[in-house]
Design a protein. Structure first.
Length: 934
RNA sequence: GCGGCGGUACCGAAGCGGUCAAACGGGCUGGAUUUAGACUCCAGCGGCUUAGUGCCUUCGCAGGUUCGAAUCCUGUCCGCCGCACCA
């Protein structure tokens, strides 16, 4: 029979909604508050989102069944620039953007509306909500909200948060370098680049080589090599600008002027000069005082640094190659220049650059391997190099150590300036070339603050992490986080309360919004004008006098009480990508704003979703929206397939084959449950019934432990796959004569167990079993510890292995139609001997000693016993595991005779070893009956 | 480079000192059932052997500790993720 999972889903979702089962209000029960980062509403939800949400949902349902009053709320994130940008692109009819919308299923006539950012927010939050409801999420939708000033109450909440942080000194103003697009006039993050992902501003030093009137600022990442400068390079083909920079006359390339301006230098252009005009000048090394010539080099780029470079042929392959070129051409100024060595490095002689060029056969500046040579020399020198005698006070120290000292000295002596530069080319999506700008008056959250860090660390230490192995990552991140630029000039959001030209940046307005869920329903009843900082102070912190707020006291107290009831958050789950930003901020901002008892209690982190083991990628077509998978496989099948795929921080895989198989298994389980519940059974009480009970209850025990840790794969394996497998065996073993009691127990427990994973089909089964209430409100399966008995497992294992062995023997002996099979059960003395040897062997491996203490008890069968002892001491792994007494083993085999007869299709007899004169009988070992086939 | 997590059979993955040729799921092979498929059931999926046994090879690679190692130690190689101004 094929089940209509979709129909079931709709049916039970309607009931849940009608009965408001997920609408949670404070009560006397202990609470459990779960959240997950709200999605950014610029598109449809995909299966990546949903794995994360599903983990929360399964946990919410589990905790509900464990007797907690559970709250799982949800909201929408609209802060930031992507929606804004996308809306603008629609307004400009940008084809790529229009196409993206069409791919999501929107028709041509739908598109114009997307010119409005608000339309994006409304559309995608509505669609996402539909999807999540169809997915069976146990969300309390009454608390839904959206961020930004589209939601004035939320904006007021953010303003309160920032005002409070500022009062505590955690919001500070400053400047910092960013990758900047000069066309869009905005910072360009990694995701918004056409080229240059991963490039970050690097500090370059501009070492001031001077003529009498002019400064040649040589841009370098290796200032320590200043001791080995033989000359300065300029590119004769470039145009240089002579400009007054911070009061000095500098020579720099054209593009450099804009960079200097953007990096807070005072720049006045005087005139432009061809690079070739500069060649031949003499400049003085500010550190050594040596005068060196300015020479031409075509490898010098206008876009990097200043277009002026110092030449260190001993340690820089480019410089050596360029110098050699000039010398070969016979340039007079270059003739007498010799490399000056200043770094001693293992494995190289005096001039590493010269050596490497020779090794790689580099003879000129056009050689493609120059970059490689540079890296080679640089890495080696940086890590193992020591400065030579000609470096004055730095002599004898390592390069790594000297570098920061030298930089500090040069800066202090004004012999060098600083410039931020991008090592690789960065191009904005708008196709403009980016450079580094120092943004002024930027507001920061001061995550570098030592005290603040300490509190955050304390919070982390007290927190439960799912799984705990992320702890190391969190510790690293909390320590590493520096001040975070928390304001933006563009995009949607909330204005910074004290400086309206800034908006609160999108990650920074999302750190403590969990606190908004408990109070939102109360806030809605308060007129907007009354919602202010004082009100939040009272509701969240209990500070201030409610009389001053002009609001009905009952409303205030309800809000305060509800906040205190739900807070802190017990479990917040997200993908592992948010550890280094959102989740870290979440910790920081909580500890800054709330008293310790309201700090977060638990964070869950999970891996990504792959599709057919491949990383999701829209452009490669490896992508599925949530609605696609639900439509194909239904909510229940999707849920259990993904959750059973993997756990901890491993990626889970969406595999249609697995989903297909899961669907079949669920159908089978459904049929089984309805068919066997409360009927068809026998009275039971046999060993095998107890065995099945043992398997069931120990599985439930393990599954419960796993659920508490959100280890869903383990839970599903124990609670579902293992139990199904054992059930199959049980059915075979009893020839279908299963105990009614056992079956009833099993169906109930398993239905309850599956409810967090496949809630719809479980509701259906539950109701068909004749239960009156909804399964969501039922108690989680309580396993009965009395029914767990490992002995039963051993005995049954013996039985199963015996069957295997008999079949094996039949095959090997080539007996197709046996008449009689006799099983001999090992005598009790063997059981005792095994136990004894097992104990002894841990203490000593001396055969004599073991023998001595064992033989005391086995004098009457010295020969057999000593043979066994010898064998066991030699290889303790051969000591049989089974420790059941002969009687138990015997009884179970006798019980199984009917079954064995049926399977083997011949007579079967079971005899105790000591009751037989057959030679074979002596081979019997505990847990391993001897077998005789006739 | 820095930090985190990993490398186990065809794939995913469990195991974390003896019960390990290695759970479980997918896949595959053979057989039963079936009009045929799907589903289901049984047997099997390192090699050679064998009255249920024994031996060899295998848990990234190389060493070591131990009576005994997939599991502990050391070294080494490889993969994935993050390294920020932002969803």
């Amino acid at each position: 029979m094929s089940l209509d999972f979709h129909k079931l889903a709709r049916k039970w979702q309607r009931r849940w909604k009608a009965q408001r089962v997920f609408e949670s209000d404070p009560s006397d029960k202990p609470k459990f508050f779960l959240t997950t980062p709200y999605p950014y509403v610029n598109g449809l939800l995909h299966i990546g989102h949903t794995y994360t949400y599903m983990r929360v949902d399964a946990f919410a349902r589990f905790k509900r069944m464990r007797g907690f009053n559970v709250l799982f709320p949800f909201a929408w994130h609209a802060t930031g620039s992507p929606i804004d940008t996308a809306a603008k692109k629609v307004a400009e009819n940008e084809p790529g953007q229009l196409n993206a919308l069409k791919l999501m299923g929107f028709k041509d006539e739908d598109l114009p509306a997307f010119k409005e950012p608000l339309h994006w927010v409304k559309t995608f939050s509505r669609e996402a909500k539909k999807d999540l409801m169809r997915y069976g999420m146990s969300i309390d939708w009454r608390r839904e909200f959206v961020t930004t000033d589209l939601n004035p109450r939320y904006s007021k909440f953010i303003k309160w948060q920032f005002n409070t942080l500022k009062k505590k000194g955690f919001v500070v103003q400053g400047e910092h370098p960013v990758v900047w697009c000069p066309k869009e006039n905005a910072p360009v993050g990694d995701h918004a680049r056409a080229e240059g992902e991963g490039e970050t501003p690097q500090e370059m030093l501009l070492v001031k080589f001077k003529t009498d009137g002019h400064v040649f600022p040589c841009a370098t990442f290796r200032p320590e090599t200043v001791f080995g400068v033989t000359n300065v390079w300029v590119n004769p083909d470039l145009t240089y600008v002579e400009a007054v920079v911070d009061g000095e006359h500098w020579m720099v390339s054209e593009p450099c002027v804009r960079k200097l301006l953007d990096q807070k230098h005072d720049v006045k252009e005087l005139k432009r000069r061809k690079g070739s005009e500069l060649v031949g000048a003499k400049v003085r090394n500010p550190v050594t005082g040596v005068e060196v010539p300015v020479l031409p080099a075509f490898f010098v780029s206008a876009d990097t640094g200043t277009g002026v470079v110092m030449s260190v042929p001993a340690h820089a392959p480019f410089d050596w190659a360029a110098l050699k070129e000039l010398q070969d051409k016979g340039m007079p100024d270059a003739q007498n220049l010799k490399p000056v060595s200043l770094i001693q490095v293992e494995g190289f002689g005096e001039f590493p650059a010269v050596e490497v060029c020779r090794q790689l056969s580099i003879a000129d500046t056009k050689n493609a391997r120059l970059e490689e040579a540079t890296q080679l020399v640089y890495k080696k020198e940086f890590h193992t190099g020591k400065l030579k005698q000609n470096t004055g006070k730095y002599a004898g120290k390592g390069v790594q150590e000297v570098k920061p000292l030298l930089i500090a000295d040069l800066k202090a002596e004004k012999k060098a300036a600083v410039m931020f530069e991008l090592v690789g080319k960065v191009v904005c999506r708008c196709l403009a070339r980016c450079h580094v700008k120092i943004v002024d008056n930027q507001w920061f959250l001061k995550y570098s603050d030592a005290q603040w860090k300490q509190s955050a660390m304390k919070c982390l230490q007290q927190m439960k992490l799912y799984p705990d192995k992320v702890r190391g990552q969190f510790e690293y991140v909390l320590d590493w986080l520096q001040d975070w630029a928390c304001t933006r000039e563009v995009g949607l959001g909330t204005n910074l309360p004290w400086d309206k030209h800034w908006k609160v940046e999108s990650l920074s307005d999302s750190t403590i919004y969990n606190a908004f869920y408990p109070v939102i329903q109360h806030l809605k009843k308060i007129s907007l004008g009354k919602v202010n900082d004082k009100l939040f102070d009272y509701v969240f912190l209990g500070v201030g006098n409610p009389d001053d707020l002009g609001v009905d006291h009952k409303l205030l107290d309800d809000a305060r009480r509800e906040f205190l009831y739900w807070y802190p958050v017990d479990f917040r789950n997200s993908g592992k990508d948010l550890v280094q930003n959102h989740l870290a901020f979440y910790i920081f901002n909580h500890v800054a704003l709330f008293p310790e008892q309201l700090w977060p209690k638990g964070i869950g982190v999970n891996g990504y979703v792959t599709i057919g083991s491949k990383k999701m990628s829209k452009s490669k077509g490896i992508f599925k929206t949530l609605r696609q998978v639900i439509e194909t496989f239904s909510a229940d099948v999707t849920r259990v397939s993904i959750l059973s795929s993997n756990e901890e921080m491993n990626d889970v895989d969406w595999d249609s084959e697995v989903a297909e198989s899961m669907k079949a298994k669920l159908e089978q389980w459904y049929d089984f449950a309805l068919k066997f519940y409360g009927k068809n059974g026998v009275s039971g009480g046999r060993e095998i019934d107890r065995w099945m009970e043992h398997q069931l209850h120990s599985a439930m025990r393990d599954a419960t432990v796993a659920m508490d840790e959100t280890l869903y794969r383990t839970a599903i394996q124990r609670g579902f796959f293992d139990v199904q497998r054992h059930l199959k065996w049980y059915s075979r073993r009893t020839a279908g004569q299963m105990s009614q009691q056992v079956l009833t127990d099993l169906v109930e427990l398993q239905t309850l167990f599956l409810a967090p994973f496949t809630p719809h089909v479980c509701e259906e089964v539950w109701s068909k079993l004749g239960k009156s209430g909804l399964i969501v409100n039922e108690k989680w399966p309580l396993f009965d510890g009395n029914k767990v008995n490992v002995q039963l497992e051993q005995v049954e294992d013996t039985m199963a292995r015996t069957l295997d062995d008999v079949q094996q023997v039949l095959k090997l002996a080539k007996v197709e139609h046996p008449k009689l099979i006799t099983l001999f059960v090992a005598a009790d003395w063997k059981v005792l001997l095994c136990r004894k040897v097992k104990e002894l062997v841990v203490q000593t491996r001396d055969i004599g000693q073991v023998m001595k203490s064992v033989m005391v008890d086995f004098k009457d069968r010295a020969q057999e016993a000593s043979a066994l002892v010898q064998k066991f001491v030699k290889d303790p792994s051969r000591i049989p595991l089974a420790s059941a007494h002969q009687e138990a083993e015997f009884q179970n085999l006798v019980d199984a005779v009917a079954f064995l007869k049926e399977v083997l299709n011949c007579s079967v007899e079971v005899i105790k070893e000591q009751d037989s004169s057959e030679l074979k009988a002596k081979q019997a070992m505990p847990g391993k009956p001897a077998i005789l086939v006739k």
